[in-house]
Design a protein around this ligand. Structure first.
Ligand code: F6P
Length: 361
């Protein structure tokens, strides 16, 4: 490939903090090399349309407030798999050929896809089908993309959840209440576990560790017996009810997502402990914050490494952070297994040694 490349960039899946920062990093580095960067709107949906929905991104687009903001100026979608694209009426349609045609119509030399494991797997399938030169960057508040130690957006989400606990503690103490905080993290308990430790939680429930209500009740009673009249409980949205069923919130239009375990747990704890219980569901607040310093740094490191990969024509790879190094790995390897909480790892052990109840004992 000669210099003066045209590269596309898109954000796919649920948004998170740091997406605008990574767009800026790519645009800065690529434009410094004399390349053109096209921002594709609403993930692969922008490529599906004819003409594709994309516009040139310039350095000046980002240097003011945008790099500091949550969300993504390109837009994103959680429900647009081009291999089974939802139709208003009728069955899903395979629109993968339209996406590939969009990439070709834009005369792209390469595409940077920023996504979680689901989006990255779909982008990789498109790349393999259409011969697209793909490089991916991991982002998700859930931090469950395999192999990389950190995904964009996670650190900020943990900070938001920790701030929430800091604000719940005084009101819990003032009213002698059990405060339950439900946090996102589809199928992975990283946010709940880390924010719970940082925010001084007494009980942390994560989907990786089965729990019994009786153990939580004992913990709360022991706290009360010791003179502590409030308790902080963090529960991850993917924690099932006592029967082992995950709690799902159905939205108008037929879509659904996890949500509701906090209130179920609240009712059970109110019945069994006689304590006054209140529930806060953080939900999408975890996604919309401005990126913290760590997420901004990772955005810049990942963005620059992705541009390097394109310069070296190393495609089909995802950038990752391991052992304090920016590395890149084959996409198949990255999405083979989700990175769940290691129940025998140092973070879980730390929680146990601190006397935090994880529900299993
Ligand atoms: O995967 C990121 C995530 O924020 C999960 O933590 C959550 O379950 C899901 O997305 C919510 O998705 P939606 O944006 O469709 O409500």
């Amino acid at each position: 490939m000669a210099d003066g490349k045209r590269i596309g960039i898109l954000t796919s899946g649920g948004d998170c903090a740091g997406l605008n920062a990574v767009l800026r990093a790519v645009v800065r580095d690529a434009s410094g090399r004399g390349w053109t960067v096209l921002g594709i709107e609403h993930g692969t949906q922008g490529l599906m349309e004819s003409p594709p929905r994309a516009h040139v991104l310039e350095n000046n687009d980002f240097d003011g407030t945008i790099m500091r903001q949550g969300g993504t100026i390109l837009g994103s979608s959680n429900y647009g798999n081009p291999f089974a694209f939802p139709q208003l009426d009728g069955p899903d349609l395979d629109r993968s050929d339209d996406v590939i045609a969009g990439y070709k119509a834009l005369r792209l030399d390469a595409l940077i896809g920023i996504g979680g494991d689901g989006s990255i797997a779909i982008l990789n399938k498109l790349a393999q089908k259409g011969g697209l030169n793909l490089v991916c960057i991991p982002k998700t508040i859930d931090n469950d993309v395999g192999v990389t130690e950190v995904s964009l957006g996670y650190d900020t989400a943990v900070q938001v959840a920790t701030d929430a606990l800091d604000m719940l503690q005084p009101t819990a103490a003032s009213h002698d209440r059990v405060m339950i905080l439900e946090v996102m993290g589809r199928d992975a308990g990283h946010i709940a576990l880390v924010a719970g430790i940082a925010g001084g939680a007494d009980v942390i429930l994560i989907p990786e560790i089965p729990y019994r209500i009786a153990n939580i009740v004992t913990k709360i009673r022991n706290l009360q017996a010791s003179g502590r009249r409030f308790a902080l409980v963090v529960v991850a949205e993917a924690v099932p009810n006592e029967a082992g069923n995950k709690i799902v919130q159905k939205y108008a239009g037929g879509r659904s997502a996890y949500g509701g375990i906090g209130h179920l747990l609240g009712d059970r704890l109110a019945e069994t402990t006689r304590a006054e219980v209140r529930v806060t569901v953080l939900g999408h607040v975890l996604r919309g914050a401005a990126p913290d310093a760590r997420d901004r740094l990772m955005a810049n490191i990942f963005g620059v490494h992705a541009v390097d990969l394109i310069a070296e024509e190393k495609f089909g790879r995802m950038v990752a952070w391991r052992d304090r190094q920016a590395v890149d790995i084959p996409i198949e390897e990255a999405v083979a297994e989700p990175a769940l909480v290691d129940v025998n790892g140092p973070v879980v052990r730390t929680a146990r040694q601190l006397g935090i109840c994880l529900g299993d004992e």
